[in-house]
Design a protein around this ligand. Structure first.
Ligand SMILES: Cc1cc2nc3c(=O)[nH]c(=O)nc-3n(C[C@H](O)[C@H](O)[C@H](O)COP(=O)(O)OP(=O)(O)OC[C@H]3O[C@@H](n4cnc5c(N)ncnc54)[C@H](O)[C@@H]3O)c2cc1C
Length: 316
């Protein structure tokens, strides 16, 4: 670990600046706890990828980027230091003093840490997927939808995100074909109904993409019916893969307890297996992943961290 100085000393370091981490930052800083939020991407996490958030209470509808900016500013207004687009290169969280090194240069120290590292899109893993990423294959309808104006596209997936984004993509694309591996969807009835009622959307059920083909950009996919094993090719301009996420916990392996899906195991107070280390948001073990649940986790993790710090103070 590289050397530190006083300005790199904090009470709490929050790893991750999505809604969970920023909420923890708001609660901690407002309680006059010296807090640093370190985020590897832009502040806001997955919210930045979300065109419209319509289920955040008190705000009828808001662009994800806007909500991210508001949360970040709110944390900063209470004195929270937010460093976005930075790279955490190593960490030592085992002792009473937690060390987090950034860009191999600066080491930040704190008495407690909140892990709010979120997750990222799951890939199919079919041949050609890597080659055509950004060249016809996307994982973010909000980011890339308008590149497909007047085109024919596929949405892979059968959850809420896939069906909601299939509907939103009809604003741009001429046709949207939803390809789903099962014979039923795992989405809210309202999302299923909206997709089914949209005349631009068709469905290929019980099927998976086996391969992506093209010269420079994606031109065609091979689809397999999982029931009959029948394979066929379909010409296509773009594929949006919206099949869930992988928790960003790779660098936490062997540090805190993870479950079989690599999600951080916590108790209901967001305590992890390590003393003084808390977790919040999509990176932890839970069933429902939303901005509201991330914000709830961030609140609880912050309050638990404050209790932990108070306990340390009364021990001394
Ligand atoms: C396309 C899309 C649409 C969605 N729409 C909605 C919606 O309408 N309503 C809703 O409620 N939810 C929606 N969600 C889900 C919601 O955005 C997530 O549940 C929520 O953002 C999770 O928050 P989080 O803070 O746990 O993690 P994230 O938002 O994933 O943020 C985690 C942050 O941590 C950073 N990070 C990762 N590893 C490290 C590390 N080691 N050190 C430091 N930083 C790290 C990441 O770069 C990221 O910025 C949507 C998600 C997507 C992808």
């Amino acid at each position: 670990m590289t050397s530190t100085n006083e300005e790199n000393l904090f009470d709490v370091i929050v790893l991750g600046g999505g809604p969970a981490g920023l909420t923890a930052g708001i609660y901690l800083s407002r309680a006059k706890i010296k807090t640093l939020v370190l985020n590897e991407g832009p502040a806001g996490g997955q919210m930045v990828l979300t065109h419209e958030i319509a289920n955040y209470p008190g705000v009828e509808s808001i662009n994800g980027y806007q909500l991210s900016s508001i949360m970040k500013q709110q944390a900063q207004s209470f004195g929270c230091t937010v460093k976005a687009n930075t790279k955490v290169t190593s960490m030592d969280l085992t002792g009473p003093e937690k060390l987090v090194e950034v860009r191999g240069k600066t080491t930040y120290r704190a008495k407690a840490v909140v892990l709010a590292t979120g997750g990222r899109s799951r890939t199919i893993g079919a041949p050609g997927e890597d080659k055509f990423k950004g060249m016809g294959i996307s994982y973010c309808a909000t980011c890339d939808g308008d590149f497909f104006e007047g085109k024919d596209i596929i949405v892979v997936g059968g959850g809420n995100s896939a069906l909601e984004e299939a509907v939103s993509l009809t604003k741009y694309a001429s046709s949207v074909t939803v390809v789903h591996q099962f014979d039923h969807f795992q989405a809210f009835e309202s999302a299923i109904a909206e997709a089914k009622e949209n005349p631009q959307i068709s469905f290929i059920m019980e099927s998976e993409i086996q391969e992506f083909h093209g010269e420079k950009s994606l031109e065609r996919v091979t689809i397999k019916n999982m029931g009959t094993d029948e394979m066929f090719d379909k010409n296509i301009d773009g594929v949006f893969i919206l099949i869930g996420y992988v928790p960003s916990t790779e660098r936490l392996e062997g540090i805190v307890k993870l479950n079989e899906r690599n999600e951080i195991v916590t108790d209901q107070d967001m305590r992890t297996s390590l003393d003084g280390v808390f977790a919040a948001g999509d990176s932890r073990e839970k069933r429902h992943r939303q901005v509201t649940t991330a914000v709830s986790d961030g609140t609880i993790a912050a309050l638990s961290a404050i209790e932990y710090l108070n306990g340390l103070a009364s021990d001394n």
